[in-house]
Design a protein. Structure first.
Length: 233
């Protein structure tokens, strides 16, 4: 039976079609979902894509976090459904309290676009188990509100419970505390990160590597990890 992974479109989503393509490249069926519905259409997993939902008014991801479909998403997350939040989707997950902490304007107050080196800190989640802990991967980054923050107690819990999924390596591009680029929940089914794995899935269209320009495909493992995990159930 084909794995079905939903991608929710919000007003202002920019990378929903890219996420759908990544799902297809991983061998699953992408299912377009709409923020205003109360129906996940029986999908096996969900992706919250990048973009500028609701124009990033109030705070990035804040309005999207209370969209109608998020009620169903929170319920599904509690039942173990794999959920991936990419960039704006990561912002939605922290605003919806599915992941701890918050995300604020980049420390240098500017939008940034770069191929970003990451260190995999947690390879035991539904979206990362095809990586190895300590592995370095290159994933495109593009955001204006990517600075991860948390109070001291929350940060200690995040570090102590192994909830850091990825850290920035080489350079911290946005001032995130502890170089945090992505998080997981304790169960490992909800993962969020600021970089965009859906832009590193196909040779000729990904980040540069020492082998060739635009040949990086490190992002594909996010999606094949989820498909493999779901098919193993």
């Amino acid at each position: 039976m084909t794995t079905r992974i939903g991608v929710i479109t919000f007003p202002g989503s920019l990378d929903d079609r890219d996420a759908q393509r990544a799902v297809r490249m991983a061998g699953a069926e992408p299912v377009a979902l709409w923020h205003g519905d109360h129906d996940l259409q029986g999908v096996d997993a969900v992706i919250l894509p990048g973009g500028f939902s609701y124009g990033d008014y109030l705070r990035a991801g804040a309005i999207a976090a209370v969209s109608p479909i998020m009620t169903e998403l929170k319920d599904a997350a509690g039942k173990g459904m794999p959920i991936l939040g990419i960039c704006n989707g990561f912002q939605m997950l922290v605003e919806a309290h599915l992941l701890p902490g918050g995300l604020i304007r980049n420390a240098h107050q500017q939008f940034i676009r770069r191929d970003q080196l990451l260190t995999v800190e947690n390879a035991d989640t539904a979206w990362t188990h095809q990586f190895s802990k300590g592995q370095e991967i290159t994933i495109p980054l593009k955001n204006a509100d990517g600075g991860y923050i948390a109070d001291a107690e929350t940060l200690a819990r995040v570090e102590g419970e192994g909830l850091v999924a990825f850290r920035y390596a080489g350079v911290n591009p946005n001032g995130s505390l502890d170089d945090i680029a992505g998080l997981t929940n304790p169960a490992g089914n909800v993962v969020g990160l600021m970089p965009h794995p859906e832009h590193a899935i196909e040779p000729g269209f990904g980040p540069d590597t020492p082998v060739a320009m635009r040949s990086g495909v490190d992002g594909l493992a996010f999606f094949t990890s989820a498909v493999q995990a779901l098919q193993a159930v």
